[in-house]
Every structure is written in C-alpha cells, then in structure tokens.
Design a protein around this ligand. Sequence first.
Ligand code: NAD
Length: 265
Amino acid sequence: MSEQPDSRLAGKHVIVTGGARGIGRGIAVRCARSGADVSLFDLRSSVAEETAQRVRELGGEAAVYEVDVTDEAAVEEAVAAACDELGPIHGLVNNAGVQQAIPLLETTEADWDRHMAVNAKGTFFVAKHVAASMIDDGIEGSIVNISSVGAEQPLAGQGAYGASKAAVLAFTTVLANELAEYGITANAIKPGTVDTPMVTQWLEERAEQYDKTENELLAETVDEHVLDRIGKPEEVGHVATLLLSEEGDWITGESIAIDGGYLKK
Ligand code: NAD
C-alpha cells in the first residue's frame, strides 16, 4: 500500500489507546498519514510523546494523556480533556492490551484478572465514555476494538488472554447494535503475530517454557502464517484507517483478521 499521505481522515480526531508503541503507534501514525489529529492514551506517557512527535511531523495535532484504561474515572477525565484540546471525537481505537504466556496450572487469579481488566474492561470503559461523548456532540463516529486471532484460535498458555480477547469480540457486537441508532459503527480487528515489544516478550517467555531459542520459536510462528512472515504495526493501521474513514461507513459488528492467513492455516 502507498506510503503517500491522503486526506481520508482530514479534520477527524481519533483516540488511540496504548498508542505509545507497537501496534498502537502504527495505527496512530497511519491515521495521521490520512490527516487525523490523534490523542494518545497510555500508561507510558513519555514513550507516547515519541508517537505524538511522529504524528506532528505528518502535519497532525497530537496530545498525550497518561491514563490507565482500567481506571474508569481517569478514562472519563481523559476523554473530556481530549475533547477540550482537539475537539469532538470522531474515532476510537481501543488497542491498549497485555499478554503473558502462562500455562493453565501456573495461572493465578491475579494473572486472569490483569488480562480481563486491561483487555476487556479497559475496552468497555473507553468505549463507554467515547460513545457518550460522540452522542453528546452528534458525531456519527467509529469505534475499532483490537482483539486477536487468539480470540478464536488461542495457543497453549493463552487461556486468560484468549478469553479476554473473545470478550472483546462479543462486546463489539453489542456496541454495533446499541450504537447504530446514533450512526456510530463498531468493529474489531484480529491481528495475527505482529512485530512489537509484546511479541518480543512473549517469545522470551515461551522460549523459557518450551526450552527452545527465541529464533526457533519465531521461525515456528512465521510458519503458522500463510504469507510466511509476521506483520508490521502499520499493516493493522491500514485497516483501522479504512474502518475509521468514510469507506467504513457501511461496516459494523464485523471482526476482521489482519493475520497473513493465520486463521486459514
Ligand atoms: P505492546 O505491549 O507493544 O503495546 C501495548 C501498549 O499498551 C503499550 O504502550 C502499553 O503501555 C499500553 N498499555 C498496557 N496496559 C495499559 C493500560 N492499563 N492503560 C493504558 N495503556 C496500557 O503491545 P502490541 O503488540 O502493540 O499490542 C497492541 C494490541 O494488539 C493489544 O491489545 C494486543 O493484545 C493486540 N494484539 C497484538 C498482537 C501482536 O502480535 N503484537 C497480536 C494480536 C493482538
């Protein structure tokens, strides 16, 4: 796909959670390339500033909010502040997430709760407050929730993660149905393995558990994708941009795999 800037999101304000690095950064930068202004919600605010700088270099406005998406009061406050700073919100990408490879018998209640809190509850909190803001402002916006191929085909060690990402898919269907009357669409993206710090950490953990090298595990992971490579954050950004733009106006309640064919293998 072309690296050329376009104006598909010109004049639109998009919130990207977990936008400091990885897929969130790829989405934020890709949206800016299509003309969006971007608010970044992340725990890592100083790293998020680097993403903000990339957005500004592409001509967009950017603002960073240090927010834990599991804290509803903080989310509500940040949504209001983002609206004040960059104007009404047209798009949301619920991307903040955590993943740890933990075998069932070693998974603690705290492990389970952490995955559910960030991946499922955080998605709910941000969607709820952004939807309320869109409705108040009369904006027919778009919400994109980042799920995972792990929602449908989780690996060993992905019990808590897979369950939390399946929750995101169910929640997206409800969002689509409830928000349709306000002209707001809601869709999910299911990425396959994408080259990010989360995957680097995941390879380290699995290497220890399976007594293999990270390179061996990476080769196995690559082999699980029909296209024989892992993805780049911007490749998830392309589809998020489409869903947030006018081109996505008649798509809702959908979950789209951006996975190099992982779910087809
Ligand atoms: P990452 O760990 O590289 O980045 C995640 C970002 O989320 C970080 O900037 C982190 O600070 C932020 N974050 C974590 N907890 C937060 C919280 N409580 N509040 C606010 N921000 C928080 O991960 P990534 O690989 O870029 O993954 C992004 C999303 O894509 C996640 O939801 C992940 O589950 C999903 N995903 C990733 C892959 C992959 O292969 N990388 C595959 C499928 C789905």
